[in-house]
Structure formats: C-alpha cells, structure tokens
Design a protein around this ligand. Structure first.
Ligand code: UGA
Length: 430
C-alpha cells in the first residue's frame, strides 16, 4: 500500500520505517527542510535504537523518501498524521494547531481517489470529529489510530504491539486497516469508536503514570518504615492482576508524553465536569517529587562549602536523547535555584539537548569518570544500563567522597567502603 506519514519526529519516523519494513511504500512529509534533507541523505535527527540502520536499508531499496510537499497525498491509500500536540503555554490543554494545519493541507491536496486518514498523534476526545469537519470530503474516512511506542524501544514496540487500537466509524476504513496491518494476527486489532480510541490513549498513559506515582509514594513509606521497595515491588508485582512492569521507583516520570498527557486528560475531564482524583494526585505528586529529590540531594552536601555534585543522566529515561520534561533537568533546576554549587553532568546521548535547556549553568562531560572529578556526591538520575556496573576504583581515584545517591536503584554496590543510597530503602536502618 502507499502510505504517507505527516511528521518525522519520535512517532512518525519509527512508524514510517516500520511500515516500509512491513512491505509498504512510504513517503514521510515534514515542514522542516533541513530535517527532510538530512533524512534523504541517511542522517537521523534524533536518537532511537535501530532507526538509522533501517533508514539506510530502505533509502537503498527506494521504498521510502522524505518530502516537504503534500503533493504525494494524491497517490496515497492511507495518510497518517503524526505531528506533535504539545501542551498549550498557559494551560494543561493540548495544542492542536499542528493537527488542524495538517488537516487543512490534506484537504487542499485531495482528489477523487478515496483516502483513509488516520490520526496517530495523541489528541483529546472529539478531535477526529473536528478534523472531519475541516477536511469535509465524502471520499475520505477519518479514524483514530493511537500509538503506543516507547522512546528507546519504538521499533521493538512497532513490531511487537500489545494491541492496535482502531477508532473508526467505517467498515471501508476497517478493511484498509486490516490490509495495512496484515503482517500481524487479527486479534491484535481492536476496533472501537473514535472517541473511545482517543480516550484509550490518554487513559493508558495516565494509568501508567499513576502506577509510577504509586510506587514512588510506597518508596517514601519504605524509607520511613525500614521496608525495602525492591521486595515490596516484587511482592505486589507477582500478583498477576498488578504485574511487575512500571513498578520501578525513581525521581518521578518525565518525557514528552506522561506529563503532557496527564495534564491534557485532566483538562478534558474538567471540561466535562468530571473529577479524576487519582489523576490529580498523580500530577501534583510527580511535580512535588522533583523538588523532594532535589532537597534530598542537597541534604547530602549541606555541610560542605560550595560543593560539587556529579550527575549521571540527563535524558528523561534510558535509550533516548530526549530531555523534554526530564526529571533530571527539573531536579537540577531546583538544586541550582536553592544553592550556589557546582554541577557536572554526564549522559550517553542527551548532552546536546540538555545544553539547549540548561546552557552554561552546569558543566557537561562525555566521559563519566572525568565527570566525577572532585565530586562530593554522585547522583544517578537516568536508568542507563552502563550505570549498573561502575568502576569503583576509578570513582575512588576521582571523587572527593564515597557517596552515591542512586535514584534509579540500578548501581551494583560492590564496595562496602562506598555508601550507595537507594530510593525506597532506609539507608540508616540498613
Ligand atoms: C510512554 C508510554 O510508555 C508509551 O506506551 C506511549 O506510546 C508513549 O508514552 C507516548 O505516549 O508516546 P515514553 O514516554 O517513551 O512512553 O516513556 P516510558 O518508558 O513510558 O517512561 C516514561 C517515564 O516514566 C520516564 O521518565 C521513565 O523513567 C519513568 N518510569 C517508567 C519510572 O520512573 N518507573 C517505571 O517503572 C517506568
């Protein structure tokens, strides 16, 4: 099939390359000239495991290309909208201006060939109806086709979906979707109405965010009571109704999705006068968590004049260069607001993106042992796998102290002379 994807970000690009790999012909449209040039020359403009190899493979097979023009819509069977829906500046609502601009562009380029238009961007309930009004064409079906890809695992998730939610009011559209996803077994496809589909996406992200907030609160309780969150998470996760996933405590959830989508769902509920009390507590609790963790970090160095803190991890999680709403960045900002001290930071992929946000308020290192030179404290804020096995001899040579605050509970503590403090464990009691 001929597929056009509008938007080449963290969703559009893996989705486009995924469909090519499934055998479809894909054109990806983006308004950013420079990005389109880079992609046509095999250069990826974001970090995502496996994406570059797939891009090079399919530029060669000539089954994908990138364009700034909507002209390619004429040949398309399916047009997938995958542009951003960022938070509005002064409210929690989703900014839908990019979606509506794309809808207008699509409508200007339609001819009399039938087209299926699928909204993959995360959008409030009722947006498909609005897009339908803008496009206003009998030869078109608009469906909601939310994405459930995680950054860092986007291709894995594309090829191994738990489910493919299709919000559609049209049998013709459903038949085309079955063809588009014919490589997957039929049971993966769940057909619902458009509004349910739009809500499933927000409800999924909000539920996962709530699960993280719950385990972070339990971690706080463990620290006070002498219980160990690792054992508590294991114990509750073994109940198959609860499950083990998303029970890792940490510095709070971040990224371009959970913070934005929880706020958007909150404002959707408010507009219908429905109170989502668990969601409200999750949003407030997560914002407070960044401050709490910052305060705990400051507590470690409270007796030192002009201390140096080394931070491992700036990305909002492992496997990505994305720093949007990163807990690490939020926590660093709180620390710098409260005290005059030196912060040195290391990340595998996110240094450039972090620099754009934090500028020269901190120092950046591409070598993790240089980063800890003269540090009074090392704090691990992103769950990169390489932080599991640290070289403690090198840490000892470079650091001023032997204190590590492991906010992701991943560091394997192999030296008893180092004090490695964990989240959800009362380090004093133990
Ligand atoms: C999330 C969802 O997991 C995807 O299903 C969804 O498609 C995507 O949003 C989206 O809406 O586009 P993503 O934002 O890439 O994916 O990241 P997650 O892996 O969900 O992690 C989000 C945050 O929660 C990160 O800061 C992560 O470190 C944190 N987290 C996650 C925890 O603190 N503990 C956990 O147990 C899991």
């Amino acid at each position: 099939m001929n597929v056009v994807i509008i938007g080449t970000g963290y969703v559009g690009l893996p989705t486009g390359l995924g469909f090519v790999e499934l055998g479809h012909d894909v054109v990806c449209v983006d308004i950013d000239n420079n990005k389109v040039d880079c992609l046509n020359n095999g250069k990826i403009t974001l970090y995502e495991e496996g994406l570059e190899d797939l891009l090079l493979k399919h530029l060669q097979s000539k089954k994908i290309f990138f364009s700034t023009s909507y002209g390619c819509i004429k040949n398309a069977d399916v047009v997938i909208i995958a542009v951003g829906t960022p938070q509005q500046e002064n409210s929690g609502k989703a900014n839908l201006s990019y979606i509506y601009d794309v809808a207008k562009q699509i409508s200007n380029h339609l001819d009399d060939k039938y087209k299926l238009i699928a909204i993959k961007s995360t959008v409030p309930v009722g947006t498909s109806d609005e897009v339908e009004k803008i496009i206003s064409n009998q030869n078109v079906d608009i469906i909601s086709l939310p994405e459930f890809l995680r950054e860092g695992y986007a291709l894995y998730d594309f090829f191994n979906p738990d489910r493919i939610i299709v919000g559609s009011n049209s049998d013709k559209a459903n038949e085309l979707i079955k063809k588009l996803y014919s490589s997957f077994c039929d049971e993966k496809l769940i057909f619902v109405n458009r509004r349910s589909s739009e809500l499933i996406k927000y409800a999924s992200n909000s539920f996962l965010a709530m699960k993280i907030h719950f385990i972070n609160e339990m971690a706080d309780l463990c620290e006070k009571t002498g219980a160990d969150i690792k054992d508590v998470a294991l114990g509750i996760g073994l109940d198959s109704r609860i499950g083990h996933k998303f029970l890792n405590p940490g510095p709070g959830f971040g990224g371009s999705c959970f913070p934005k989508d929880t706020l958007a769902l909150q404002s959707i509920a408010e507009s219908y006068n429905v109170e989502l009390s668990l969601l409200n507590a999750t949003i407030n609790g997560n914002q407070k968590r960044f401050k709490d963790i910052a305060n705990r970090i400051l507590e470690f160095v409270k007796d030192i004049d002009y201390p140096t803190i080394a931070i491992y991890g700036l990305a909002f999680k492992n496997g990505t260069d994305d720093c949007r709403q990163s807990p690490s960045i939020g926590i660093i900002k709180h620390i710098l607001n409260k005290r005059n001290l030196k912060i040195k930071a290391y990340d595998l992929k996110a240094l450039d993106n972090a620099k754009e946000i934090l500028g020269d308020s901190i120092e950046y290192f591409s070598d993790k042992y240089e980063c800890v030179k003269d540090a009074d404290l090392l704090v691990v804020l992103t769950e990169w796998g390489e932080f599991q096995e640290l070289d403690f001899d090198k840490l000892e040579q470079n650091m001023k102290s032997k204190f590590i605050y492991d906010c992701r509970n991943i560091v394997k503590s192999i030296r008893s002379d180092f004090k490695v403090c964990k989240v959800g464990k009362n380090n004093e009691i133990i």
